[in-house]
Design a protein around this ligand. Structure first.
Ligand SMILES: N[C@@H](CCC(=O)N[C@@H](CS)C(=O)NCC(=O)O)C(=O)O
Length: 218
């Protein structure tokens, strides 16, 4: 069945899905552009698929799925059951799930709280409470990466892909100080060496950077 991904490249969770598609080499994915800045996610045809009106959104035939974390685990379960990205061992998988929930609950909300006020409001700088949320997110991430190379276990997994989409984008809003956050800095460099990152994350990250610059200089 042909997969269709509803997307906007600047969106970090969309880029997490792109990276997994790249890593797993999934063929024949078609793409539908949803321009959030033009409210295309609020149109009836998209709301019928996804009442929560978020991207990324995936259709696989008649099957509809949204939330990047649900989508990337579905893709591995369906297309690459034995992939080291999401091992089936219960403990290894649980630690990956833990970090996927960390992304959902801490990293991505820190991003959204800040960028929503800029892209959909009138703010042209970060608010102190927004900065504090990003610092808290960085502090946790720094601790998680102490003495280890990857977010969950001893190899790159879905946890890294999901978290790096958010952290690389947070870095555009509040640059990561390499003296305060040496572990995050090294992990970000490690992740950015991979082809799937260069193809799946970098182009949209650069679009995010341009949009941010444009909106901050209004
Ligand atoms: N936890 C969700 C977050 C999805 C999300 O909030 N996406 C944003 C774009 S980055 C969006 O669609 N915003 C439009 C809206 O919420 O109405 C995921 O991982 O997919």
């Amino acid at each position: 069945m042909v997969l269709t991904l509803y997307k906007m490249d600047a969106s970090p969770p969309v880029r997490a899905v792109y990276m997994v598609i790249e890593y797993l080499n999934i063929p024949d994915v078609s793409y539908v552009e949803i321009n959030l800045l033009a409210d295309e996610h609020l149109k009836d045809n998209f709301l019928k698929l996804n009442p929560q009106h978020t991207i990324p959104h995936l259709t696989d035939g008649n099957f509809n799925l949204w939330d990047s974390h649900a989508i990337i685990t579905y893709l591995v379960n369906k297309y690459a059951k034995n992939s080291p990205l999401y091992p089936s061992d219960p403990e290894k998988r649980a630690l990956i799930d833990l970090k996927l929930h960390f992304d959902s609950a801490i990293l991505y909300p820190a991003l959204r709280e800040n960028d929503e006020r800029i892209f959909f409001g009138t703010d042209t700088s970060l608010r102190p409470e927004g900065v504090a949320k990003i610092k808290t997110a960085y502090d946790f991430t720094e601790k998680f990466l102490t003495g280890v190379q990857w977010m969950a276990g001893d190899q790159l997994t879905l946890a890294d892909i999901s978290c790096v989409a958010s952290v690389s984008t947070l870095n555009e809003l509040l640059p990561i100080d390499k003296k305060v956050y040496p572990n995050i800095t090294l992990w970000l460099m490690r992740c950015s060496q991979f082809d799937f990152y260069k193809k799946g994350n970098l182009p949209g990250l650069l679009q995010f950077r341009c949009l941010l610059k444009e909106f901050l200089s209004r």
